[in-house]
Design a protein around this ligand. Structure first.
Ligand SMILES: *Cc1c(COP(=O)(O)O)cnc(C)c1O
Length: 384
């Protein structure tokens, strides 16, 4: 079997994973040029990309700054934690699932103190529980919240949680990695947010390798010196931009990926953020209902199913083998994750990226065929 990129393109391989997502060919086309990051043309271009990101986040010129960092979502999350919390600083993290666990680990290994707020694996974060935890522990300066918990598919109400954080006089960091570009974010309405962080390869429908924080300038200035890491110091990224211009990068940037991002932002502007959310929501609904119609059991109740990823219980049939399922779907031009992020066995299908609800209907059909092919008769949820 030829799994080369060229072969996948011929077959029209669909990446149904919640990042990196299926991208448009026009976005990938932007990688084909050599670019000099110090060139004035590139500086103008990067300045404009920063402004576009600031607008998307509802940031306010002079109040918020767009800070790019080479690397992935974990890197920018670590940078935000190191920048806005001093060593030993304490942050409350609602235990929404796998990505909250990742934030907890990043915080701990950075020498800050994560305090987990326990909750069920399919629950939404309860703002009153956050308020109570903050009231009970005045040493908690921050709340770290995952906006779209990619481990489960649940969307958390960052506006409602932010309101209680604001009322308690504390600060918030938002992991918006699988939310930004589709779910609403208005930094101008949420002064309690030190930073929202995200990467480019999820709802922005660009390629992986660069990440962003949109952060408050007053907090970046107040927190200078916290990070204990030059690479992961957002205050230093800001300071560098102030000294050298918004078109400058501290270290060699992935220039082509930024060029691809600019093209992807053109498509986001043309589509509109709410239309993009509606497209993802339609895809998620087709997938969720499709799984149920196939006799499978979605992980979430319908009321908590978000638009980013649909997680489904592994079928109980002894013939079930996730890797075999993934391989068989791949032969039909559909690539899904060969791992899961839930406490019991599931499989995950991403609904984001340059795909249509029609693609998703086709994917449901393909899954039905593959389940038959693999001899899976008992499609009920596996009991653990
Ligand atoms: C994808 C993701 C991340 C970070 O992923 P990277 O692999 O580091 O880019 C962080 N948080 C959430 C919610 C995610 O979906």
């Amino acid at each position: 079997m030829d799994f080369s990129v060229r072969a996948c393109e011929r077959r029209g391989m669909l990446l149904l994973i919640p990042g990196p997502v299926t991208t448009r060919p026009e976005v990938r086309q932007a990688l084909t040029r050599d670019l000099a990051p110090w060139d004035n043309e590139f500086r103008h271009f990067l300045t404009r990309v920063r402004e576009r990101i600031l607008r998307l986040a509802g940031g306010v010129e002079g109040v918020h700054a767009t800070l790019p960092l080479q690397g992935c979502g974990h890197f920018i999350t670590e940078a935000a934690v190191r920048t806005f919390l001093p060593p030993g600083g304490r942050i409350l993290i609602p235990a929404t699932g796998a990505y909250a666990d990742h934030m907890i680990r990043l915080v701990r290994e950075a020498g800050r103190v994560p305090i987990s707020l326990p909750m069920g694996p399919t629950d939404t974060t309860d703002p009153q529980a956050v308020a109570a935890a903050l009231a009970a522990d005045p040493t908690l300066t921050h709340v770290g919240i995952v906006y779209s918990e990619t481990g489960s598919g649940v969307i958390h109400d960052v506006q409602a949680v932010g309101a209680v954080v604001r009322a308690a006089g504390r600060r918030m960091i938002i992991d918006a990695v699988s939310a930004f570009g589709a779910l609403p974010l208005d930094m101008s309405e949420q002064p309690e947010v030190d930073a929202a962080v995200f990467s480019t390869n999820k709802c922005l429908e660009a390629l992986a390798g660069v990440a962003f924080a949109v952060a408050r300038i007053d907090r970046l200035l107040a927190c200078a010196g916290n990070a204990g890491s030059w690479s992961f110091d957002l205050s230093n990224v800001y300071d560098h931009a102030m000294r050298n211009g918004w078109g400058s990068f501290r270290f060699t940037p992935p220039a082509q990926l930024l060029a691809a991002l600019d093209v992807a932002l053109d498509y986001l502007d043309a589509e509109g953020q709410s239309a993009r959310l509606a497209r993802y929501t339609a895809s998620a609904r087709i997938l969720y209902e499709g799984m149920r119609d196939l006799g499978l059991t979605p992980w979430l109740p319908a009321s908590r199913q978000g638009p980013v990823i649909v997680v489904t219980h592994a079928p109980a049939d002894p013939a079930w083998d996730l890797q075999a399922f993934v391989d068989a779907l791949k032969l039909r031009g559909i690539l899904i994750s060969n791992f899961y992020n839930t406490p019991s066995p599931t499989f995950r299908v991403g609904c984001i990226g340059a795909i249509t609800p029609g693609d998703m209907a086709g994917a449901v059909q393909a899954m039905d065929h593959v389940l038959r092919e693999l001899g899976i008769k008992d499609r009920g949820a596996i009991q653990t």
